[in-house]
Design a protein around this ligand. Structure first.
Ligand code: G1P
Length: 296
C-alpha cells in the first residue's frame, strides 16, 4: 500500500459568503487568534505525516505563497532585536525548500475541478485533501486519525460528522454501512440532497484521502449541484471500483468561510490558549450579562 505523502489544498474560492472582508484579502488568510486559517489546515496535514503541500490557488491569492515563504527582512530584524522566540515560531511553521507546490484553477468550475487541477502535481499516488474553510479542534488531528484508518483499510477515506438534518442540503451526505476498524463502510454519497432525501445525517466535513483514479473520473465528470463539477459525484463513481470508508470525527469543526463559523473558531481557539483563557472567559461572561437582545 502506498503511503499518503501529499496533500491538496483548494484555495481558489472567492469567499463571497464573507464580503467585504474578502474583497482584497483571501478568506484563507483571515486570522483565527494569531494564525491565518490556512496555517491551521496545513498544520493538521503536517501532524498527519504529510510531506508535500499542493495549493490550488487563483487570482488575488499570491499572499498565501508569501505566507509560506521565507521573509528575510523580517527574520533579520527579529534576530537583531533579540526576538528569538518569535523567530523560532516563524521558522517552525515554515515549510522546507521544495515542500510546497502551487497551481491555479483558472476558472471557478467547482471543487471537483479544483482537485483535478492538481492531478500532475499529485501523480499516481494516494493523497490527502483538506478544504481550508473547515478548521478543526481536537486533541489529535482529524487527518492523523484518517491516515491511521487508511493504513488499516486502504481504499479511500472520507471524514464525516453529524449535522442537523435540516442542514443536510448544504453538504455532501454519506450512507453508513458496516463498521471497520475505527470507521465504517460508506454505502452511498449524495451532494446537497434535496430536503428529506438524505441517506443519513452524516455530512462530509472537508477531509478526504483519495486514490489517484479519481482524476480520470473528474476529467469526464459532468456538472452537478450548483452547476459545478462536484467531487462527491466523482467519488460516487469511484465507489463502483474501489471501497470508501467513513471516519467519524468527534471534535469541533468550524466553517471559517462564513462569518458565524469564523467568530466561533476565534472564540474556541482563544479559549483553548492557556495565556488567554481566563481573561477571555471573564469578558465573554460579562458581555453575555450586558448583551443587547438580538435584532436591537
Ligand atoms: C464542499 C463539498 C461537500 C462538503 C462541504 C464541507 O461543499 O462539496 O461535500 O460537505 O464542502 O464544507 P461546498 O462547501 O464547497 O459547497
Amino acid at each position: 500500500m502506498k503511503r499518503v505523502r501529499k496533500a491538496v489544498f483548494p484555495v481558489a474560492g472567492l469567499g463571497t459568503r464573507f464580503l467585504p472582508a474578502t474583497k482584497a484579502v483571501p478568506k484563507e488568510m483571515l486570522t483565527v487568534v494569531d494564525r491565518p486559517v490556512i496555517q491551521y489546515v496545513v498544520d493538521e496535514a503536517k501532524e498527519a505525516g504529510i510531506e508535500h503541500f499542493i495549493f490550488v490557488t487563483g487570482r488575488n491569492k499570491t499572499v498565501i505563497e508569501d505566507h509560506f515563504d521565507v521573509q528575510f527582512e523580517l527574520y533579520n530584524t527579529l534576530a537583531q532585536r533579540g526576538k528569538d522566540d518569535q523567530l523560532e515560531k516563524l521558522q517552525r511553521l515554515q515549510p522546507t525548500p521544495g515542500q510546497t507546490s502551487y497551481t491555479r484553477q483558472q476558472v471557478p468550475l467547482g471543487l471537483g475541478h479544483a482537485v483535478w487541477c492538481a492531478r500532475d502535481l499529485v501523480g499516481n499516488e494516494p493523497f490527502a485533501l483538506l478544504l481550508p474553510d473547515m478548521i478543526m479542534q481536537s486533541e489529535k488531528g482529524c487527518m492523523k486519525d484518517m491516515v491511521e484508518l487508511y493504513e488499516n483499510t486502504g481504499g479511500n477515506v472520507v471524514a464525516v460528522q453529524e449535522c442537523d438534518p435540516a442542514e443536510a442540503h448544504k453538504y455532501g451526505i454519506v450512507g453508513k454501512g458496516e463498521p471497520i476498524h475505527n470507521g465504517f463502510r460508506i454505502t452511498e454519497m449524495v451532494e446537497k440532497p434535496k430536503p428529506g432525501t438524505a441517506p443519513s445525517n452524516l455530512y462530509i466535513n472537508g477531509r478526504y484521502i483519495l486514490q489517484p483514479e479519481i482524476f480520470g473520473i473528474l476529467e469526464q465528470q459532468e456538472r452537478g449541484a450548483g452547476n459545478e463539477i462536484q467531487l462527491t459525484d466523482a467519488m460516487l463513481k469511484l465507489t463502483e471500483e474501489q471501497p470508501f470508508y467513513g471516519y467519524h470525527f468527534h471534535g469541533q469543526t468550524f466553517d471559517c468561510g462564513s462569518p458565524e463559523g469564523f467568530v466561533e473558531a476565534n472564540v474556541a481557539f482563544a479559549l483553548w490558549r492557556p495565556d488567554m483563557h481566563a481573561k477571555l472567559a471573564g469578558t465573554i461572561e460579562s458581555l453575555l450579562r450586558e448583551a443587547r437582545p438580538a435584532g436591537r
